[in-house]
Ligand binder design. Structure first.
Ligand code: ADE
Length: 239
């Protein structure tokens, strides 16, 4: 998979993709991640990337020209219907579709090239959305100063789902949300710590019982903390 990030703050990403699973996936050639400075595509002599909104109002709007030039350079076209198959151009914005494990899995499974555009200020010229963007994504109902932290969230959650990115195939399958439930509790040595004991079943060596316990705990935890995730037999949420 190839991921390109368009931002006016490339320094923001200087180290963020150089740790843990993402670093390993990059080194193993599973993913290639490139960060591009939108300003380097600016056409005027002042390298302007934003301007005042038509119609008045506060703040600045990201200009279309540099973003169009960047997308043309990365995909070969500025017509979203003509992108090579397996290409998505994603705008990170609080106005987007809510991101979650389902969308992460969909992108990890089907897509070879993702371009993430980090929005900024009061917004991005709407012609970018009309002509270039295939998906508008929000990571939650809160407003960030820009799309950069959201891009990190999206990249991390996708890369860990790519085949071979994790050490063992089952790790991602056991993650919270992959089966619609929160994850079960985990323990490691020592078996007794400051008077607190690891549940006996986990020390029993009985794998069938351990699996049952883990499922029960995941269900209990989900009921207590995220009842909205639990669906009844009709697919309706309990809450
Ligand atoms: N940019 C600003 N807020 C955002 C959010 N909640 N999700 C994605 N991008 C954003």
């Amino acid at each position: 998979m190839k991921i390109d990030v368009l931002t006016i703050f490339p320094e923001f990403f200087e180290q963020v993709f150089d740790f843990g699973i993402i670093r390993r996936a990059k080194l193993a050639g599973i993913v290639e991640i490139n960060v591009h400075d939108i300003r380097s595509y600016a056409v005027d002599k002042h390298k302007m990337v934003d301007d005042r909104p038509f119609g008045g109002g506060d703040g600045m709007v990201l200009k279309p020209e540099p973003i169009f030039a960047a997308i043309e350079n990365l995909t070969g076209t500025s017509d979203r219907d003509a992108y090579p198959s397996g290409t998505r151009v994603v705008m990170l914005t609080p106005q987007g579709k809510r991101f979650g494990q389902r969308i992460a899995a969909e992108l990890a499974d089907d897509i070879e090239h993702i371009v993430l555009i980090c929005g900024r200020y009061e917004g991005v010229d709407e012609r970018v959305n009309e002509a270039l963007v295939t998906d508008e994504i929000s990571i939650g109902d809160y407003v960030l100063s820009g799309g950069e932290p959201a891009a990190v969230v999206v990249v991390d959650s996708i890369v860990r789902l790519l085949p071979e990115a994790l050490g063992s195939d089952t790790s991602a399958e056991n993650d919270s949300f992959s089966d619609g439930l929160l994850d079960c509790p985990h323990y490691t040595r020592p078996a007794e710590f400051r008077g607190m004991n690891v549940p006996d079943v986990l020390l029993s060596g009985n794998h069938a019982e351990i699996e049952k316990w883990r499922f029960r705990k995941a269900l209990e935890k989900t009921r207590a903390i995220r009842p909205d995730l639990i669906k009844d037999e009709n697919g309706e949420c309990e809450q």
